[in-house]
Design a protein around this ligand. Structure first.
Ligand code: IPE
Ligand code: IPE
Ligand code: MG
Length: 246
């Protein structure tokens, strides 16, 4: 299937809501953490697949602001998994020239996670291949509230005039200010919602939903999503004839 993908029509940025670890585990009478652990194999495969094919930015939604409301055991397990995964994978990421980054309210994470994430970012900072962004303790509403506060302070101090606030100014104050908006957003496991992910940045993204649970999602599923994306007409408000003049 990879042969059908047009390399010159790839999205620059793919964002993924990695959903369904819990349901995947339940189907096998295992606990939820077992599902999360198996989700790591999908992360590795998809990071590798995206980098190989030439995607420039991959953002993975790994833990939302709302996920803090889960049972404490599951939260602890996820945080431990985050630390152990970064530790075991960082060398490989570095060898593959991948730059590691994160978005979200990172300071709300356990100290050990903050340290591990910071080191991973530092070690890979000079890499020039794909940028892998983990969204952790992230929600779009949190991000927009933070951006609004920063902009309001600049207006108050006279650094910025309210009339000058535009799309660019808002973008500059989002945690993704250094990253282009995703052209493709994938959500696994059958839910048709955004769950507070990148609301501003997804304004014109193509949305792709699959019933496959995240722990079963592999490169072939990614290729399917990319092909589906390439067969869509992105009109941005125009009409088809304007995009394809006779
Ligand atoms: C996604 O899988 C992982 C996280 C949100 C951390 P879920 O844990 O949401 O799995 P389901 O949706 O309950 O099956
Ligand atoms: C969204 O999945 C968050 C992540 C994948 C990290 P959830 O499973 O938390 O979302 P809802 O609760 O189904 O909306
Ligand atoms: Mg879920």
């Amino acid at each position: 299937m990879i042969n059908l993908i047009q390399k010159d029509k790839l999205p620059h940025h793919v964002a993924i809501i990695m959903d369904g670890n819990g349901r995947w585990a339940k189907e096998q009478n295992k606990d939820r953490l077992y599902g999360h652990q198996h989700g790591v194999a999908s992360v590795k495969d998809i990071v590798e697949g995206c980098a190989e094919i030439g995607i420039k930015y991959l953002t993975l939604y790994a833990f939302s602001t709302e996920n803090w409301n889960r049972p404490q055991d599951e939260i602890n397990g996820l945080m431990e998994l985050l630390v152990s995964t970064i530790r075991s994978e960082i060398e490989q990421l570095n060898e593959n020239n991948i730059r590691f980054d994160m978005i979200g309210d990172i300071k709300s994470l356990p100290t050990i996670c903050i340290k591990e994430l910071g080191e991973a970012k530092e070690i890979t900072a000079k890499n020039t291949g794909m940028t892998l962004v983990l969204a952790l303790s992230y929600s779009a509403k949190w991000e927009l509230i933070e951006a609004t506060k920063q902009i309001a302070e600049k207006v108050q101090s006279g650094e910025l005039k309210s009339d000058d606030i535009n799309d660019d100014i808002i973008k500059q104050h989002l945690s993704t200010h250094h990253i282009p908006d995703p052209e493709l957003m994938i959500r696994t496991s059958g839910e048709h919602r955004i769950s507070n992910f990148l609301l501003y940045q997804l304004a014109y993204a193509e949305l792709y939903f699959t019933s496959t649970h995240w722990p079963d999602f592999r490169k072939e599923n990614l290729y399917e999503a990319l092909l589906n994306y390439q067969n869509r007409e992105r009109r941005f408000g125009k009409i088809s004839e304007q995009l394809n003049p006779a």
